[in-house]
Design a protein around this ligand. Structure first.
Ligand code: 0A1
Ligand code: ZN
Length: 881
């Protein structure tokens, strides 16, 4: 029998809670398989709630040991306790105290939600609904309580005892060998921000003085022996704290800020009040084991979690439909932070790449949903690129539309008005609407409508009247369950470029909404006419990617070449290069499929040559321009009836043609751009490494004598992980000589470092070629493979499913089968990891008929599985719908 689909939760059904929980006193007696939690909850009936209204508390897999109400043991007829629910039929008074004792088994908790152990360390994950796996509770974000947490554990096994807030007491428990610590968090918070940690961990300390003079103790806790890999994370934390004060005027508000790194974690990290818990991938770094990308990610995730202290914790969400209220805004804030720490243009390109590769396909497939969904079956499945990344784009557009000053005033008002609240997108937008004295009703459609708008732009120049006309239209393609999409407000940053490459001073054309260099498209169709234009300009539109839309602009090949060379907006210059590459790739894919041999256009080859030699562009920007669109990007552009083998062939063909034309330059860049001297993770040094490694990727497929040896030498001589993994990837993915020797050398060097080994698994899982499938199957039984470690599962299986299009979508269906079978294995243990892996099928309908039929068979196999988790059931149902 097929497991049931969980009932839908709907935004329109939201009701405020009938009861409040003012304080929560927890006593947690930790033991590996029998932890006892005593929770004392002070409960008050809300105004407007009828006396005697039953109290229904959430639970998940809980075992109740005992229960008292105001100190009295209730009769069996007064309550009902089930693993997923505790109901008091008639609560006694307006306010009362409920004491609950539950028994937990942290060692048996493989879902990594609630209280579990990671390499012996006790830790918790409560977002979204994990607290109900610790005790019965009103586990919803609009119930805010003050927590006091007393932890008790063996002193030898767990010398470190941490919880939210400030430490108020600690000491031994007689001579039992156990000890205790009491933590108090004065800030009322929802249960999803609760956390505790206990274990034998090393502490890396630092201090921070806030702008108003408070001294904050900062600590990063890691497993012993990993202390010297925490310096970058600590540095990032201190810079984040300073930046939030300087840019947003926001200060930290407890005596201590603790970060704990654990190796088993479902997501990236978690912003628990005063006690952030991290996937150690986003904490640990040194040049030997972490790439420049890892350093940049750590900086961004540390900042993200820290910034949540205000956007998420002090102001939280009323309900889970409002998830983007904290996530979209916090991603926007961490993007701004990274832009200030690094090159703004390069960061913008990286963010847009991520948006287009992750969010656009989500928005174009069966899992599409609005930034603020209206319904869900399993909230864990809504921590998506749409809520996070598109959510951040919406905040960015708001800033563009109302201007920097009004945006700042609106945010200040939000912090002032809603500090301490659990609130909504409406309340958030009202602050900006007031600050800017503008109506944001139409803008709010960005939160309501799923699907990526397609903006079409056509231009016409009239020699006689010296006018330049831009005709714009917008449309959202069909989205499952969404009828009659309405026009959105789309800010289009633009420039008209004259023949000499300078932007024209256009002035405001009649009858249009134009703010500075931003055109506001808010109707289905709009025409804008610029007067006094002496000769035909080139329209550079959507500069800086000012809106999350697909732009369909009729630019000629010559115009694209012109923009690639002249656009003063670095983003659009990069975009013009990408568009030229993409045009070629789509054409070459079509030709390959027909069995024809075609050549890349000479324009593309020449434009790449210009990028290579343009000294006005910094290395990081040049490196970005040299990244060819990925196979998944090309497939997305083609949109339907995709043959991944043809895509791969076309991409290789272009790569080889570029390498053939510019081999010597690539070879010299690969040498000269390599920074010498001690390793530094700063953006400029990282840019140099990125360019050198990009150049090397072309050398690898060139016909130059000794190309394969060059890559091997680079691998063997690498003194940092960025260079080592770049060379290893080329050796393995291009099947160069000594591929196996390189893998063996790497394994020997890094076998005791789990994060470095994730890269080893990933490199092999993403290698093109028919033999990869058997290799991935074999790696599932490798002694270092651990199905209980989410990072390891992702590094082998998620990267196979999302980073190896020809092998995942093999013509014989064996790739789909492998992933489906793995989903079922993992689902029993960890539904969140399984359901995420399952989302890799989301673009199955865009494949050619044979492949999509095979994908459907694999999905139906998952769907027919008895006892599928709620998480995976939700994804498979929606994917097949
Ligand atoms: N709020 C965290 C992400 C997060 C979400 C869910 C989790 O478990 C289901 C864990 C972490 C963030 O945005 O960083
Ligand atoms: Zn977040």
């Amino acid at each position: 029998m097929r497991s049931e689909t969980a009932p839908a939760i709907r935004l329109e059904d939201y009701q405020p809670p009938a009861y409040r929980i003012g304080t929560v006193d927890l006593r947690v007696e930790l033991a590996p398989s029998e932890t006892i939690v005593r929770a004392v909850l002070s409960i008050t009936r809300q105004d407007g709630t009828h006396p005697g209204t039953p109290l229904e508390l959430d639970g998940d897999d809980l075992a109740l040991v005992s229960l008292t109400i105001d100190g009295r043991v209730p009769g069996q007829d007064e309550f009902n306790a089930a693993p997923d629910r505790l109901e008091l039929f008639t609560p006694p008074a307006e306010s009362f105290e409920l004491e609950l004792v539950t028994r937990l088994d942290p060692d048996a908790n493989t879902k990594l939600m609630g209280l579990y152990r990671s390499s012996g360390t006790y830790c918790t994950q409560c977002e979204a609904e994990g607290f109900r796996r610790i005790t019965y509770f009103l586990d919803r974000p609009d119930v805010l309580s003050v927590y006091t947490t007393r932890l008790e554990a063996e002193k030898d096994a767990c010398p470190v005892l941490l919880a939210n807030g400030n430490l108020i007491e600690e000491g031994p428990l007689g001579d039992s060998g156990r000890h205790f610590a009491v933590w108090h968090d004065p800030h009322p918070k929802p249960a999803y921000l609760f956390a505790l940690v206990a274990g034998d961990l090393a502490r890396v300390p630092a201090r921070f003085s806030t702008q108003s003079g408070n001294e904050i103790a900062l600590n990063i806790y890691v497993e012993h022996g990993k202390e010297d890999r925490c310096a970058w994370a600590m540095d990032s934390l201190i810079r984040s704290m300073r930046w939030d004060e300087e840019v947003f005027g926001l200060e930290y508000d407890l005596d201590v800020f603790n970060i704990v790194a654990v190796s088993d974690f479902n997501m990236g990290a978690m912003e628990n009040k005063g006690l952030n818990i991290f996937n150690d991938k986003y904490v640990l770094a040194d040049p030997e084991t972490a790439t420049d990308q890892d350093f940049a990610n750590i900086e961004a995730v540390i900042a993200h979690e820290y910034f949540h202290n205000w956007t998420g914790n002090r102001i939280t969400c009323r309900d889970w439909f409002q998830l983007c209220l904290k996530e979209g805004l916090t991603v926007f804030r961490d993007q701004e932070f990274s832009s200030d720490m690094r090159s703004r243009a390069v960061k913008r390109i990286a963010d847009v790449r991520l948006l287009k590769s992750h969010q656009f396909p989500e928005d174009a497939g069966p899992l599409a949903h609005p930034v603020r969904p209206r319904t869900y079956h399993e909230i864990n499945n809504f921590y998506t690129a749409t809520v996070y990344e598109k959510g951040a784009e919406v905040v960015r557009m708001l800033k563009t539309l109302i201007g920097d000053d009004a945006f700042k005033a609106g945010l200040d008002l939000y912090f002032e008005r809603h500090d301490g609240d659990a609130t909504t997108i409406e309340a958030f937008l009202a602050c900006f609407s007031e600050a800017a004295s503008t109506n944001l009703d139409q803008f709010s459609r960005w939160y309501e409508q799923a699907g990526t708008p397609v903006v079409t732009a056509e231009t016409d120049y009239d020699e006689g009247s010296k006018t330049f006309t831009v005709s714009l239209s917008q449309e959202i393609p069909p989205v499952p369950g969404q009828k009659n999409s309405k026009p959105a407000v789309i800010p289009l940053r633009f420039g008209l470029i004259g023949a000499n490459g300078n932007d024209l001073d256009t002035g405001a054309p009649e009858g249009t909404r134009l703010q500075g260099d931003v055109l506001i498209l808010n109707k289905a169709h709009q025409k804008i006419t610029f007067d006094n234009i002496e000769s035909r300009p080139v329209l550079s539109l959507l500069r800086g990617f000012s809106a999350p839309v697909r732009l369909n602009q009729s630019l000629s090949q010559d115009e694209l070449v012109f923009l690639a060379a002249k656009d003063s907006d670095p983003f659009n210059r990069w975009q013009a290069v990408q568009t030229l590459l993409m045009k070629d790739l789509v054409r070459l894919t079509g030709e390959t499929r027909q069995g024809n041999r075609a050549a890349p256009s000479s324009d593309t080859i020449a434009v790449i040559g210009n990028v290579l030699t343009d000294a006005s562009l910094d290395e990081a920007l040049r490196a970005q321009a040299l990244v060819l669109p990925s196979e998944a990007d090309i497939a997305q552009e083609i949109g339907k009836n995709v043959d991944p083998d043809a895509v791969y062939e076309a991409r290789q063909q272009l790569r080889k043609a570029i390498a053939g034309a510019h081999g010597a330059e690539f070879q010299s860049i690969a040498k000269s751009a390599m920074p010498n001297g001690p390793f530094s993770p700063d953006a400029a040094s990282a840019g140099k490494r990125a360019l050198a490694n990009r150049a090397l990727s072309f050398v690898a497929v060139s016909e130059l004598a000794g190309a394969a040896e060059t890559i091997w030498e680079r691998f063997a001589a690498a003194y940092n992980m960025t260079d080592r993994i770049s060379a290893l990837t080329l050796l393995v993915h291009d099947h160069l000589a000594k591929e196996e020797e390189a893998l063996a050398t790497y394994l020997k060097r890094h076998e005791s470092n789990s994060l470095a080994m994730d890269k080893w698994f990933m490199t092999q899982a993403t290698a093109p070629g028919a033999e990869t499938l058997a290799k991935v199957r074999a790696l599932k039984t490798h002694p270092l493979y651990d199905a209980g470690n989410p990072n390891r599962v992702r590094s082998l299986l998620q990267s196979f499913a999302t980073g190896n299009p020809t092998q995942f979508a093999r013509g014989d269906g064996a790739g789909f089968e492998l992933v489906a079978e793995s989903v079922l294995e993992i689902d029993r243990r960890n539904p969140q990891v399984a359901s995420r892996l399952l989302t890799s099928f989301r673009s199955w309908r865009a494949l050619d008929p044979q492949r999509s039929a095979l994908a459907e068979t694999a999905l139906l196999r998952v769907s027919s599985f008895e006892n599928l988790s709620r998480d995976s059931r939700d994804i498979v149902d929606r994917t097949l719908q």
